[in-house]
Design a protein. Structure first.
Length: 429
C-alpha cells in the first residue's frame, strides 16, 4: 500500500507549537527584557528591518545569524544568552545573565544592549524590565527586600506554582526607565520551571502595556464621541418635531454616520488587538496559579484594581461607538423613509393633476373634433355641390335644394371618418 501524502503545511504547523521554547535558567541570575514597536502601522511594518537589527547585535559578538525569515532566535552574545521573538506588532529581546550584579536591579545590566545599537532600532521602546532571580529566603527577608526594591503602594507579590516560587513587581518605571520584578526560587525547583516563570512575567508586562494602547486610543476619541452623541440627539429631536427641512437633517445625519464609520475603521484594529492582549494577560496570570503571600496584594488583585477598569473603559467605548453608529443608521433610514413617503404623496398629487389635465385635454379634443367635423363638412359640401350642380336641372331641383339635401350625408360621412381615425390612433398609442 503506498504511503499517504502529507499536507504541505503539516510539519510547519506541528513545529510552530515548539518554535518558542522556554529558557532554562540557573539560580541566581538576571534577565533584561526589551520590547520595541513602530509608532505607527506596526502590524504592516517591514519585518526584514527587525531581523536586520538583530543581526547587527549578533555581529558585534560574532554570533551566528538566524535563518532568513525567522521569527525567533536564541544564541550566546558574550556572557549573556539573548532570546529574540517577533510578534504581530512588536519584537522582544530578553538577555539572560548568570549570577547577580553589583547591586539589585543595576541599570548597568541594560548595557548588554549597546546605546548606539538601541538608537538604530526600527521603532521605539514599548517596555523594558530588569528581573532578579535569587534563592528564596525567609518571608521576613523577602518583605524587607521588597521594601527596598519596589514601591510599597503598588507592589504585587504572590506564591506561584504550588509555592515553588515567590514573584513580586510594582509595574512602575524606576529612575533608570525600567520595570522591576523579583523572583525568589525555592530549593529543588528546576531550571526550566524558573525559565517558564520568567518568560510569563515578561509576557504579562508586554501584553499589559500593549493592552493599554487601546485605552489611550479610546481616551483620545472620547471627547469627540460625546460631541457626536449630542449632535445626533439634536438631529433626532429635529426629526421628531419637524423644526428643520428633512433634506438638511438627512445630510447632517449622513455626515455624522460617515464620521462614526471613519472612527470605527480607525480604531477597529486597536480595539480588537486590545481584547486579544487582555485575554493573554489574564491567561498568563492564571497559569502561574498564584496564592496570597503574607496577606499582600496578588497580581490578580493588582490587575483587578488598575488594569481591568481600563479594559472595561475600552469595551464600553467600543460598544458606545457601535451603538452610536447603529443609532445614526436607524435615524437616517427613518428620515429617508419619511422623505420618500412625502415625495410619494407629492408624486400622487402630480399624477392626479396630470389625470385632471388629461381629462380636460380629452374634453378639449372632443370639442375640437366636433369643430373639425363642421369645418371639414363645410369644405366637403362645397366639393359635393360642384359635383351635383350639373344634374340639378335634370332633376328639376334648384341648386340650393340639392345642396341642402347633401348636407346630412356629408356631415355623417365626415364624422364617421374622423371618429375612425381617432380610434385607430388611440389603439396604436
Amino acid at each position: 500500500m503506498p504511503p499517504i501524502d502529507d499536507h504541505p503545511l503539516r510539519y510547519q504547523l506541528a513545529n510552530e507549537l515548539h518554535a518558542r521554547p522556554f529558557p532554562s535558567l540557573g539560580v541566581p541570575c538576571r534577565a533584561v527584557y526589551l520590547a520595541i514597536k513602530k509608532e505607527r502601522d506596526a502590524a504592516s511594518r517591514d519585518r526584514a528591518q527587525d531581523l536586520a537589527h538583530l543581526c547587527a547585535l549578533l555581529d558585534r559578538h560574532g554570533a551566528p545569524h538566524p535563518q532568513p525569515g525567522a521569527t525567533h532566535y536564541s544564541g550566546q552574545i558574550g556572557q549573556a544568552v539573548v532570546k529574540w521573538e517577533q510578534h504581530t506588532e512588536f519584537v522582544t529581546y530578553t538577555a539572560f545573565l548568570p549570577g547577580l550584579g553589583a547591586r539589585p536591579f543595576d541599570p548597568a545590566d541594560f548595557g548588554v544592549f549597546p546605546e548606539d545599537w538601541l538608537a538604530e532600532a526600527p521603532g521605539v521602546r514599548v517596555t523594558s524590565a530588569l528581573i532578579r532571580v535569587v534563592p528564596r529566603p525567609e518571608a521576613a527577608r523577602i518583605n524587607a527586600d521588597l521594601e527596598d526594591w519596589l514601591v510599597a503602594d503598588s507592589v504585587a507579590v504572590s506564591r506561584m506554582l504550588d509555592d515553588a516560587l515567590v514573584v513580586a513587581g510594582d509595574f512602575r518605571i524606576d529612575p533608570a526607565g525600567h520595570q522591576r520584578f523579583a523572583v525568589f526560587v525555592s530549593d529543588g525547583v528546576g531550571a526550566r520551571r524558573v525559565g517558564r516563570v520568567v518568560q510569563r512575567i515578561c509576557e504579562i508586562e508586554v501584553y499589559k502595556t500593549m493592552s493599554m494602547l487601546g485605552f489611550t486610543r479610546v481616551s483620545a476619541i472620547g471627547a469627540r464621541l460625546t460631541e457626536i452623541d449630542a449632535q445626533l440627539t439634536h438631529l433626532m429631536t429635529e426629526m421628531t418635531h419637524g423644526t428643520a427641512p428633512e433634506e438638511e437633517t438627512l445630510q447632517a445625519l449622513l455626515r455624522v454616520s460617515s464620521e462614526l464609520e471613519t472612527l470605527s475603521a480607525q480604531t477597529a484594529f486597536r480595539l480588537s488587538a486590545t481584547a486579544a492582549y487582555e485575554a493573554l494577560v489574564t491567561g498568563r496570570i492564571a497559569v502561574l496559579r498564584e496564592e496570597r503571600f503574607e496577606g499582600r496584594q496578588s497580581f490578580r488583585e493588582f490587575m483587578a484594581r488598575r488594569f481591568d477598569p481600563a479594559m472595561r473603559t475600552v469595551k464600553s467605548a467600543e460598544k458606545r461607538l457601535e451603538a452610536m453608529s447603529a443609532r445614526a443608521m436607524r435615524a437616517g433610514e427613518l428620515l429617508r423613509t419619511r422623505v420618500e413617503v412625502k415625495r410619494s404623496a407629492q408624486n400622487q398629487e402630480i399624477l392626479a393633476s396630470m389625470d385632471r389635465r388629461a381629462d380636460l385635454q380629452l374634453r378639449l379634443q372632443t370639442t375640437v373634433e366636433g369643430l373639425s367635423v363642421v369645418a371639414i363638412s363645410y369644405y366637403a359640401l362645397s366639393l359635393v355641390g360642384y359635383l351635383l350642380y350639373p344634374v340639378a336641372d335634370f332633376l328639376g331641383m334648384s341648386k340650393g335644394m340639392l345642396t341642402a339635401l347633401a348636407v346630412a350625408p356629408v356631415v355623417l360621412a365626415v364624422w364617421v371618418i374622423v371618429h375612425r381615425i381617432r380610434h385607430r390612433v388611440e389603439r396604436q398609442g
